[in-house]
Write a protein of this length. Structure first.
Length: 156
């Protein structure tokens, strides 16, 4: 009887220790990452419906909440036709001090924003057509090296 009690208590302690810091669990991306409707900078671009039309220059938040072990990258791609005289012009700009985001250099119509922490992430991002209306695609890489969801923003 004492042996059984010892095994039960030892097993409970081991399981408890694993939950506190061991290996990451394997939940679905939707459980570990949420995109609130708004953040520090207002309405979040990440929570907009697919194919939302943005008329003129608009400021948004870029808000996500990541649970422990979660990671996310958002790749924005300008899909508007290339203007023969100017080429692509960036259709978005962001604050120089994002909270929990790191951005790659804008390159030929594409830029990647990657989470650098868990918890609440946010930054201000402005979308604008700059005289070249067209769509932008947001590819979400949620706990994955492949795209887990995609949405489009239509800039006018």
């Amino acid at each position: 009887m004492k042996t059984n009690l010892f095994v039960i208590i030892t097993s409970a302690l081991i399981l408890s220790a694993c939950e506190k810091g061991g290996s990451p669990p394997l939940p679905l991306p939707e459980i570990m990452i949420t995109y609130p409707d708004s953040g520090y900078y207002g309405k979040s671009a990440l929570s907009l419906e697919d194919s939302t039309v943005i008329d003129g220059a608009k400021d948004f938040g870029f808000t996500a909440i990541l649970q422990k072990f979660a990671n996310v990258s958002i790749k924005i791609t300008d899909l508007s036709p290339i203007d023969s005289s100017t080429g692509h012009i960036p259709k978005w700009s962001y604050t120089s001090n994002p909270i929990g985001w790191m951005a790659t250099t804008w390159n030929s119509g594409t830029q990647v924003f990657t989470a650098t922490q868990t918890g609440k992430l946010d930054m201000q991002i402005t979308f604008h057509a700059q005289g070249q209306p067209g769509p932008c695609r947001l590819d979400f890489y949620e706990n994955s090296s492949t795209v887990t969801r995609t949405k489009y923003l239509i800039l006018k």
